[in-house]
Design a protein around this ligand. Structure first.
Ligand code: COA
Length: 163
């Protein structure tokens, strides 16, 4: 029997947006199992804790039976090996993503030649979207209904009230 193909989709997910969900949807159709994993040791100061980010990811991916939610710290390739993943999924939104993604993908390949990075393009309506934009819009009460699911909007509103 053919080995199942496990893919990991890493990111900060602060918070998960419709653009991320678009990538998760595509990946779930391509691979036997997709592990969406929240990066913990990043040079960012997230608005949401890792548990909150995982909770939101779990909520918005409930319908995908082959998608699991996790988190990791340390090197991504070590996490991939530990989970027997042969694929890293990354989204490519615009040319501006390319240089950073190219560098990361080649570095990861050098470290772990058997792990292949695959780039998926989200629907064009999400090409300009990122989590910072969503956080900023929410902070100033802007309309984010087209960018994130209702549960994410709710959690962002709760954060705003705490400020
Ligand atoms: N739709 C909407 N937004 C998207 C998106 C999509 N499809 N894909 C990416 N983005 C946004 C994210 O929301 C994020 O926005 P923000 O910066 O405004 O918060 C931004 O693009 C960056 O994306 P993300 O996928 O979260 O990447 P990252 O740069 O934060 O993290 C890791 C990249 C975690 C994969 C990388 O740092 C890593 O592997 N770290 C582990 C340590 C390691 O192995 N280092 C060596 C790597 S060579």
């Amino acid at each position: 029997m053919k080995n199942k193909i496990i893919a990991i989709y890493p990111g900060t997910f602060d918070p998960v947006t419709n653009g991320h969900i678009d990538i998760i949807d595509r990946a779930s159709q391509l691979f036997d199992e997709v592990i969406v994993t929240v990066a913990l040791n990043i040079n960012k100061t997230p608005l949401f804790s890792s548990d909150e980010r995982k909770f939101l990811l779990k909520e918005v991916t409930k319908k995908y039976k082959n998608v699991k939610i996790d988190s990791f710290s340390g090197l991504l390739v070590d996490y991939a090996k530990k989970n027997k993943a042969s694929v890293i999924v990354r989204g490519l939104r615009a040319v501006s993503d390319f240089e950073y993604e190219f560098q990361m993908s080649l570095t990861n390949r050098k470290l772990a030649p058997k792990v292949t990075t695959i780039f998926l393009m989200p629907n064009e309506k999400y090409t300009y979207l990122n989590s910072s934009l969503v956080r900023e819009l929410s902070k100033f009460n802007g309309d984010i209904s087209g960018f994130v699911p209702a549960i994410v909007r709710k959690k962002l509103k709760e954060k705003r009230k705490k400020d």
